[in-house]
Design a protein around this ligand. Structure first.
Ligand code: TRP
Length: 345
């Protein structure tokens, strides 16, 4: 039995997560919804955080852009507090075991089962069959491989990934039943209570990388002046009261949420602070607080980007750490599936 080697000590559970490098900068919603939580979890969990670049090529992409984005996002994660010493932080394509385990999982996944994945159905319906790749169809089994290789206990993801997590659990159980206990069956920890950040111009839609208006998004690499301007031109309402009410005052509520997360003050405290004051006051103060928050992040990111050799070194170190775990799991899988051991020549 070799699987114990890839299991973590009983005292620290392993969490694993990642987000595709599909934008030129993380935005505030990514930071608040995901990266901040991962950074916090590093001290109490054995954290595996990675950049799923193999997933990024399942839809149309440009190689130069992909390379640039992967680098930028890596630098931003580190700047935002993902500690490459404390965590296992790496780029997916640097660890070949992901693609290898994905193949094994493809061969125990039903065609019908994969066809029922709603994200695949939505994306392929939009693109049409001719521009939909096999890679997109296999996206969920690659994601299952990402998780199962590391024997992750917990996978913090957004609601949109719930079905993929369910498939991952099914595949783990199926493999274990058919070939013997091999994989930890992971739990999804859907990030429900974390603050949702909305588009500043359209505050009922999530702030997203594909948002219609750039003006609705706070990019963490924007110039401070741009950040301030975006807050000051955020859509509000015709009322005058600064009060949290997502139904009737989505714009103001969103600004209060951002303010609360960045400052650590509760919404109630902020409502009290701004009682009787005008929207403009809230916006000016929030713009200041936000600029103060993003500036060090931006500076640290730019420092890392200015020293590509150092960034490469950190990523290489992360990939080596990751392979230490991944190769052990894959070895067990190959052995259980009846692939001959490859002896030294
Ligand atoms: N599919 C995830 C997303 O779009 C990204 C991802 C790929 C992921 N592999 C993963 C997330 C493994 C968690 C665990 O957000």
């Amino acid at each position: 039995m070799t699987i114990t080697e890839s299991q973590q000590p009983a005292d620290r559970q392993r969490i694993l997560s990642g987000a595709k490098p599909t934008a030129d900068s993380l935005h505030l919603g990514n930071y608040i919804g995901a990266v901040r939580n991962w950074a916090e979890m590093q001290s109490s969990y054995d954290a595996v955080i990675f950049i799923p670049d193999l997933h990024a090529v399942t839809v149309d992409f440009d190689p130069t852009t992909l390379a640039r984005r992967t680098r930028t996002v890596a630098a931003q994660y580190i700047a935002a507090g993902i500690d490459p010493e404390e965590s296992t932080f790496f780029v997916q394509s640097h660890v070949p075991e992901h693609a290898q385990l994905a193949w094994a999982l493809n061969c125990i996944t039903g065609f019908g089962e994969a066809s029922r994945m709603t994200q695949f159905k939505d994306k392929s319906a939009k693109q049409g069959t001719d521009s939909t790749t096999l890679g997109l169809f296999a996206y969920p089994t690659l994601m299952a491989a990402d998780i199962l290789l590391y024997q992750a206990d917990l996978v913090p993801v957004g609601e949109d990934q719930r079905q993929h997590l369910e498939l991952t659990r099914n595949l783990a159980q199926r493999f274990n039943t058919r070939f013997g206990e091999t994989f930890t069956v992971p739990e999804a920890t859907i990030l429900r209570d974390t603050a949702k950040i909305y588009d500043l111009q359209n505050p009922t839609a999530k702030m997203s990388k594909t948002g219609e208006s750039v003006n609705g998004t706070i990019q963490l690499l924007d110039d401070p002046g741009v950040t301030a301007k975006r807050i000051k031109s955020a859509v509000t309402d015709d009322d005058t009261e600064i009060r949290f009410d997502e139904q009737n005052k989505p714009g103001i509520s969103n600004l209060l949420t951002i303010y609360s997360v960045i400052s650590g003050k509760t919404i109630a405290e902020l409502e009290a602070d701004y009682a009787g004051r005008m929207y403009g006051h809230l916006k000016v103060d929030l713009a200041d607080v936000l600029v103060e928050f993003v500036t060090p992040l931006r500076n640290r990111t730019n420092e890392l980007l200015a020293d590509p050799a150092e960034l490469d070194r950190l990523l290489a170190q992360g990939a080596a750490k990751a392979r230490g775990i991944a190769a052990t799991t894959l070895g067990t899988v190959y052995d259980r599936m009846g692939f001959l051991p490859r002896k030294q020549a």
